[in-house]
Design a protein around this ligand. Structure first.
Ligand code: AHR
Length: 678
């Protein structure tokens, strides 16, 4: 390879060192296959306290006393009785607070929230409760407290609430704390002689995403919007399946008034005894209506995934699943969901509920996932029946099947063969693999023949399309932490997805959210505690792709280092001789920009020359660079959320003899994208 010092000006600081010059050719004359709008998406699962205690704005745990241990999350004192003939049929429990029997004694209850209740100074919180005063007017005092304070008063904000009716009614009062406290508690005293019955005790920030009452935590939802995802897959993941079938995600229980949504046991309570959370349940307050609404808000196509009648296959014997001749209710769930999302409220029961909830217009559902991460004949046989029923009624809906939990191997091949035979529209592939897989090192290739950025170059163009629905680089011996190096390798791998956008039409990193005190699974895209959050470096990788996905692929090649004659052109995908370089390119017909993504996944700086064939004259390229001049194990943190973020810059491109030429040097372990007006 030619040695040459580059002549462009790199606005971002980069160390000059002479490396082998890597020459790449981008064909800007021929606009290639379209990049689907769904290409870079998000996958939401209620794992790591992502919903209750996370994205869902509710701050009270076990607000309806429906947990199997009715007072889990609560401490009750004085004269408190649990009752079960409340106003909400599917959540029948409530508490009756009565006089403690002595003027110096107290009756009340106290909620610990999710790892505490996070409140912020100056913000308003909406306390609501369903209540009745069975024996005449009664009163409660509602407080936010710091139980462990040395101050005179534990409460730092308090409001009185009069309960004035003997019928069940909803009451509301605002609390405006004068301090920030990530671990406050909610305390309620009975402050009248008369008793009071309380049900669905709730506390939300008023400042939710889009200001909705049953809303989402603003900072977390905003982070989703900021990615500009093309597709939003929900609600899982394994929770779709459940540890047992009766705890699978039951979407019909998640719609309608929140007060009447029954509780579900979270499948992730049951998974790891070394990260066990006995209080992990699903209130379903963040349900399918809210998921559709969120998809719409963030501009993503909704992709709900429904049970195919299989309980989690990892956790069960075949006897746990629904027999083939009893699948009807499960199939009906799929059909009814399509009606719920798209139907006409005038004629459809399910669409009517959607309209009553505030969304008369359809959600315009186009995709449905049937089964999460299933495998073998018991899946393929069931899927076939589901597909027949869905296709018969809704031929326009695209069906997403799955190749199971492995990224390759016998069962993966069997899955793909079945998906082809059944003519699934898309196949959901999952890969949680280490550095060797993402970089396709020789060891990686030995173990996983189809790994690395060339994975999709050899995929069958005639079969179903790929949805890379869950993936992340799990660092070897790194206990799966998020860390910078893993994110760069994900970026490198993604060049292969982009190059193959004719086959890969949807992708999503996984999982999305994790509470720092309540996680079961790492790495995750966004971490949070009760008042703060940070976007991981992997988040920024996803965002760089999603916000620069262009409209069409452009061919980007280099001379094959393995071809002695130097004639063969090949993709830049980290093959031997490419010094860890990976690259892809797209054209954006809406902005007229050529966008080139280059990842240097080697431990040395690399110089590149990119010929923009089809373009003439000088240009200035805008750049966005993800680079960290520190430990490869570093990551953003709650205390330092902006430690590693992409930085903007520019590079001047020369007027070469035949084409515009971009010369640059990429620092070791970096990801840079270039945008050049055509
Ligand atoms: O994302 C975590 C889990 O990984 C998902 O629930 C499952 O689909 C996969 O095994």
């Amino acid at each position: 390879m030619k040695l040459k010092l580059f002549s462009c000006t790199v606005a971002l600081a980069a160390t000059l060192s002479v490396q082998a010059q890597h020459v790449m050719d981008v064909n800007t004359k021929k606009v290639g296959v379209p990049v689907q709008s769904t290409m870079y998406g998000l996958f939401f699962e209620d794992i790591n306290f992502a919903a209750d205690g996370g994205l869902y704005g509710e701050l009270v745990k076990n607000r309806s006393f429906e947990f199997p241990q009715s007072f889990m999350g609560w401490r009750v004192f004085g004269n408190v009785q649990l009752k079960d003939d409340g106003p909400f049929e599917r959540c029948p429990h409530y508490v009756l607070l009565s006089d403690p029997g002595h003027r110096e004694r107290r009756t009340g209850l106290q909620n610990e929230g999710f790892f505490g209740i996070g409140v912020e100074k100056g913000k308003e919180y909406r306390f609501t409760v369903w209540a009745r005063a069975p024996k005449g007017n009664s009163q409660i005092r509602v407080q936010l407290i710091n139980e462990n304070t040395m101050e005179e008063h534990q409460e730092f904000v308090q409001q009185k609430l009069d309960i004035t009716s003997s019928d069940w009614q909803k009451y509301e009062v605002a609390l405006k704390p004068n301090r920030t406290d990530p671990k406050a508690q909610l305390r309620i005293f009975l402050s009248s002689k008369n008793p009071v019955a309380l049900e669905h005790i709730s506390l939300f920030p008023k400042d939710t995403y889009k200001g909705r009452e049953n809303g989402l935590r603003r900072d977390l939802a905003q982070a989703l919007e900021d990615i500009h995802p093309g597709v939003f897959r929900f609600p899982g993941g394994c929770i779709v399946e459940g540890t047992t079938l009766d705890t699978r995600y039951a979407w019909k229980n998640t719609i309608g008034p929140v007060e009447n949504r029954p509780l579900n046991r979270n499948r992730w309570e049951d998974t790891f005894d070394y990260r066990y959370f006995a209080d992990y349940y699903q209130s379903y307050g963040l349900g399918f209506y809210e998921f559709f609404q969120l998809s719409e808000d963030i501009g993503a196509e909704p992709l709900p995934v429904l049970s195919v009648g299989l309980a989690c296959q990892f956790q069960n014997d075949p006897s746990a699943h629904v027999p083939m001749d009893q699948l009807d209710p499960y199939i009906q769930d799929c059909l009814d969901l399509i009606e719920f999302a798209n139907g006409d409220p005038a004629t459809s029961k399910w669409a009517k509920i959607r309209a009553e909830m505030g969304h008369p217009a359809p959600f315009n559902l186009k995709y449905i996932g049937v089964g999460n991460e299933q495998w073998d004949d018991l899946y393929y046989d069931r899927l076939e029946v589901f597909m027949k029923a869905i296709r018969a009624k809704y031929p326009e809906i695209k069906i997403v099947g799955t190749s199971g939990p492995d990224s390759e191997g016998k069962m993966f091949d069997k899955g793909w063969a079945a998906m082809k035979r059944l003519k699934a529209d898309l196949v959901d592939e999952h890969f949680y693999r280490n550095e060797d897989w993402f970089l396709a090192t020789p060891e990686g290739k030995q173990k996983w023949p189809n790994c690395g950025a060339l994975r999709y170059d050899s995929y069958d163009r005639k079969g179903p399309k790929v949805f890379a629905g869950e993936y992340a680089c799990h660092g070897k011996n790194k206990h799966k932490w998020n860390h910078y190096e893993a994110s760069i390798l994900e970026a490198a791998f993604m060049t292969g997805m982009e190059r193959n956008a004719d086959v890969v039409q949807m992708t999503a990193y996984a999982p999305l959210f994790a509470h720092v005190e309540g996680w079961q699974w790492r790495p995750d895209l966004i971490w949070f505690d009760n008042t703060r959050m940070f976007r991981s470096v992997s988040y920024y990788v996803q965002q760089m792709y999603a916000t620069n996905k262009g409209t069409n692929v452009l061919q980007l090649t280099t001379k094959d280092p393995a071809d002695a004659k130097g004639k063969r052109q090949v993709p830049v995908a980290g093959q031997e001789g490419m010094d860890g370089l990976h690259a892809s390119s797209v054209y954006d017909s809406t902005t007229g920009e050529v966008i080139i993504k280059v990842v240097n996944a080697s431990k040395k700086a690399q110089t590149v020359t990119i010929n923009l064939n089809g373009m003439k004259g000088e240009r200035q390229a805008e750049t966005l660079t993800l680079y960290h001049n520190g430990s490869m194990d570093d990551e953003n943190t709650l205390d330092n959320p902006m430690k590693i973020t992409p930085k903007k810059g520019t590079v001047n491109c020369e007027a070469g003899q035949k084409a515009t030429v971009l010369n640059d040097e990429l620092p070791a372990m970096s990801f840079r994208l270039y945008k050049i007006k055509k």
